[in-house]
Each structure stands twice: as C-alpha cells, then as structure tokens.
Design a protein around this ligand. Structure first.
Ligand SMILES: NC(=O)c1ccc[n+]([C@@H]2O[C@H](COP(=O)([O-])OP(=O)(O)OC[C@H]3O[C@@H](n4cnc5c(N)ncnc54)[C@H](OP(=O)(O)O)[C@@H]3O)[C@@H](O)[C@H]2O)c1
Length: 316
C-alpha cells in the first residue's frame, strides 16, 4: 500500500492519477490528515492497516503501508515571508512528523523539495551534494525539512524539482495564458535561468522509484533499486522566464489557448521588483537520476506542448 500525502495539490493529483492508471494499491490524504499533527498521522496509519477502514476485499498484505509519498507543503514563496511560522510548520515539522511515522511503521519515504535550497549564484547545473544556501523563508524551510528527514531516517528519496506546472493548481503557464488573453503586452523577467518541470513527468519519476524497489510489480522492467538519498529532477534543457513565456504564447496561439495578440516584453528582475529574492540561476543537474533510473528526460518544450494541447488544460 502506498500512502500519498497532499493528494489534492498540483503534483499530488497527478501522482494520484498515475497510481490509478498503474492499478497500484494506494490511499490519499490532504488537509484532513494534518501533517503538523503527529498523532493524526499515526492514527491514520492504524486505521489504514486495520480491516475496519477497508470493508472491501483488499488483501491484508496490501494494507501494510510500504511507501509514503509526501506532496504536501507550504508552496507560496512570497507569502512565506509574511507567514514564516506557518511555512516552518508545514515544511519542517510536517516532514519531520512524516519521517517519524514512516520509520515507526517501516515505510520508505519519497519527499519533494526544491531548487530554492540553493542561492542561484552558480553558473553550471547544481548537483545534489553542493551546499545549500537558501535565500528566503520558503527555501530555508524546505532545506530544513530535508535535514529533518535525513536525520530521522535512512530509507528516503528526496527529489528536488523546479518551475513546476500541472493541470490541477496555480502555476506560471496558467497565469501567463490568462494574462496573455487579457492584456496587449506583458513584461516577464529574462535574467533568471532554470528549467520548467511538467508534473506528469515528475509523477512518473516518483512511481519509477517505487517500481525500481518493488520490482516484483514492475511496469518498467526489472532493475536494482537506486541508492537512497537526494535526486534532482526537472525537464531537460534550460531557459529563462521570458523565453518560457514566449514559448507559452507560441503554443497557446497554435492550440487556441490564447485567442488575441499579446507582446511578451523582457525586463530585469530589478525592474520587475519582486517581494522576495529568487535564485538567478537554478538549473539542476539530472545526471544522478538519469543514471539511477535509466531515464530519458523529455525536453521542457516537448512537455510544455503536451500540456498545452491536452484536453485537461484549464487555466483556473
Ligand atoms: N510549485 C512549484 O513551482 C514547485 C517548485 C519546486 C518544488 N515544489 C515542491 O513540489 C511539491 C508539490 O508542490 P505543489 O505545487 O504540487 O503543491 P500544492 O499544489 O501547494 O499542494 C500542496 C498540498 O498540500 C496540502 N496541505 C497544506 N497544508 C497541509 C497540512 N497541514 N496537512 C496536509 N496537507 C496539507 C495543500 O492543501 P491546500 O491547497 O488546501 O493548502 C495542497 O493540497 C512541494 O513539496 C513543493 O515544495 C514545487
């Protein structure tokens, strides 16, 4: 049994969909099982592993939670500066509670982290072992959440990702699409480099970690399990927010998502004046994950095209 925490979020809902497609035994929770409350987590594991919770014909050995996937988090980068205590509770105490629960029931943990653990002053893709140097509250709390898990248990995979977008949630692609449909011109910063990540691609990587471990139920082919630890995953290639927006405009026009002309003008971060300093360079190296999972990572433009032409595309 897989327990997906944060199953209603942008990434969580994609993981949920793929778990269903693969017909894996899983259960999902979101706010109703509060990650900041350790007793709530423990109570839930007890409920799951008893027959009473599942009156269905699920065999008893499928009720044992072998994996926890944590997609819950405090993700609002700007608001985190105003609510540092809440960000800390969700991004540090929550993962610590989840790691303790996982350890107590002998489950493995997959946890999601971020490129914001780095300061972005680098000039070549960040590898997993480089020292963390977060700039703001969000990055600091996510970095501390990683540390809490690593101190608490050994059987974890922490996957750092960046510039995430998916069908069910607020994200840059939806925001740009809405703005481009309502403005004659928009300005987007061109001095922050990184790589977008399609939530579908990340969700399939998460399931691949599980498959590589539980290869009795292999759907990708039998392989040895990757070593526990930190891995980086985004789509392939690199860009900046302005070039990303230009690609959104091009594809949006092509697939009828954007129905009027809009000029996409570049500007600098300083001209734009954001509330929180963001990493100027946050390209993550995918060498480690590519080798460990034998991945062929799709280019960010190809994944963006898949996203924008999909019938589930629906700017909220
Ligand atoms: N979005 C990005 O660009 C990005 C980039 C890099 C890394 N990441 C990481 O990727 C992961 C997934 O991000 P996402 O954008 O999919 O997040 P998201 O859409 O904000 O989803 C997080 C989910 O957790 C739920 N949640 C909040 N408080 C909770 C609590 N106390 N107990 C249980 N669940 C709670 C949220 O509910 P509510 O919606 O009701 O609050 C939401 O359903 C996160 O770890 C994030 O840090 C995201």
């Amino acid at each position: 049994m897989i327990w997906l925490i944060g199953c209603k979020g942008m990434l969580g809902s994609e993981v949920a969909k793929q778990l269903d497609e693969k017909k894996l035994a899983w259960v999902g929770t979101d706010r109703e099982v509060d990650i900041t409350d350790p007793q709530a987590l423990l109570d839930f594991t007890n409920k799951i592993e008893t027959a009473a919770y599942f009156p269905s014909d699920l065999p008893h050995n499928d009720r044992k939670i072998k994996w926890i996937i944590n997609c819950s988090a405090y993700t609002n980068v700007d608001k985190a500066e105003e609510e540092p205590e809440l960000a800390e509770k969700l991004n540090v105490t929550g993962p610590l509670n989840i790691a303790r629960t996982a350890r107590s029931i002998g489950a493995k943990l997959i946890h999601i982290s971020t490129d914001y653990v780095f300061d972005g002053k680098g000039t070549s893709p960040y590898t997993e072992e480089l020292p963390k140097a977060p700039l703001g509250v969000y990055g600091r709390t996510k970095a501390a959440g990683e540390d809490a898990i690593m101190k608490e248990m050994n059987t974890y995979y922490i996957i750092r990702t960046a510039w995430l977008y998916g069908f069910d949630g607020r994200n840059f692609v939806y925001t740009m699409t809405k703005l481009m449909n309502s403005h004659e011109s928009i300005r987007v910063v061109n001095d922050q480099k990184g790589t977008p990540t399609f939530a579908c691609d990340l969700a399939s990587v998460i399931l691949r970690f599980i498959d590589k471990n539980d290869n009795a139920k292999s759907f990708f082919g039998k392989n040895s399990a990757p070593a526990y630890g930190i891995y980086h995953f985004t789509n392939a290639g690199q860009t900046n927010w302005h070039a990303f927006a230009q690609e959104i405009y091009k594809l949006g026009r092509k697939f009828g998502r954007i129905t009027q002309d809009c000029r996409v003008e570049p500007c600098t971060t300083e001209e734009y004046g954001a509330a929180v300093e963001r990493p100027a360079y946050s390209v993550l190296s995918k060498e480690k994950i590519t080798k460990a999972l034998k991945l062929k990572i799709p280019d960010w433009q190809n994944s963006l095209e898949k996203f924008m032409k999909n019938e589930r595309f629906n700017p909220l």
